[in-house]
Design a protein around this ligand. Structure first.
Ligand code: C2E
Ligand code: MG
Ligand code: MG
Ligand code: MG
Length: 274
């Protein structure tokens, strides 16, 4: 924002509005130093196969340990990073960190990394991924990207091009938060996703809302008819898990199986550091 638009803000909004705008500017300027200052951390949350009972992989979830404000949620600072352009440096850091971490895990485990729509539309995305995979030595088939439908609809041709290139490399791609926003059958048909992640809002209401349960069933049958495995996010209770098992869901993720944690406690010598 320019100085003059800040001036206008002062004229037209309440004083506390100006205060929050100032706080936001401060946060944006702090964010620039977050990567070089080592203030970012990844937590990992298990994804469990309901067919075999085994953990199939872990989703990397970003946290910012702000020196003054403490822990800040990605839902707060990712949108800001998208505005400032810091998302590119942050995205590279996340990918590098997640791939390097997954190198220490058994080869059966994948690591899932979230990609913001802005990242997904950048030039040279594939080359950056290729370079980081090469540098960390992680096999591409152990990496899964999670993108939301909003990443796709902005530029469908480019998105399709990227998805095909990722697939050709061996990297799999999941559609995240499915059922919210713009999710459409059209997108599922047109794009070669390897996994559908049902948004957690449906799971949280699965036992109390007929509508939520109907949506879960619909997504599961959609996945079956397209031969795309479905993962349910936000499983917190045994009751919710039972619903998923009886409906034939492939995979699940949520506090019931494990909260996002500093690093998966694996049966490895390295694990003592965690
Ligand atoms: P998401 O990718 O859909 O991640 C799932 C969110 O649900 C995570 O929130 C996770 O901690 C939370 N969650 C997991 N299990 C449960 C559960 O049983 N109950 C409830 N109520 N919540 C559960 P988190 O970690 O705050 O991340 C929020 C969003 O921020 C993510 O949603 C993702 O869109 C974004 N994000 C996180 N890490 C990254 C990243 O490295 N890069 C980008 N671009 N976005 C990220
Ligand atoms: Mg995700
Ligand atoms: Mg999600
Ligand atoms: Mg989300």
């Amino acid at each position: 924002r320019t100085k003059s638009s800040i001036g206008l803000t002062v004229c037209f909004f309440e004083p506390d509005m100006d205060e929050s705008a100032r706080a936001r500017r401060q946060l944006a300027s702090d964010l620039r130093h977050a990567v070089p200052s080592g203030e970012l951390r990844l937590l990992y949350q298990p994804q469990r196969s309901l067919k075999t009972g085994e953990i199939s992989g872990y989703e990397a979830l970003l946290r910012w340990h702000h020196p003054k404000r403490g822990l800040i949620s990605p839902t707060e600072f990712i949108p800001l990073a998208e505005e400032t352009g810091d998302i590119f440096a942050i995205g590279d850091w996340v990918l590098q960190e997640a791939c390097a971490e997954a190198r220490h895990w058994p080869e059966t485990l994948k690591v899932a990394v979230n990609l913001s729509p802005v990242q997904f539309l950048q030039d040279g995305l594939i080359e950056r991924f290729r370079a980081i995979l090469l540098q960390t030595g992680l096999s591409p088939n152990r990496l899964e990207l999670e993108v939301t439908e909003s990443a796709i609809i902005t530029d469908k041709l480019r998105a399709l091009h990227y998805l095909r290139q990722f697939k050709a490399m061996g990297v799999s791609v999941a559609i995240d938060d499915f059922g919210t926003g713009h999710s459409s059958l059209d997108t599922l048909h047109a794009f070669p996703f390897d996994k559908i992640k049902i948004d957690k809002s449906f799971l949280l209401r699965a036992e109390t809302s007929h509508q939520a349960l109907a949506i879960i069933r619909t997504v599961l049958s959609l996945g079956r008819s397209l031969s795309i495995p479905v993962l349910a996010e936000g499983v917190e209770t045994q009751g919710q898990l039972q619903v998923l098992e009886s409906e034939g869901c492939d995979e699940a993720q949520g506090y019931y199986f494990g909260r996002p944690a500093a690093a998966p406690s694996l049966d490895l010598p390295d694990a003592v550091n965690f």
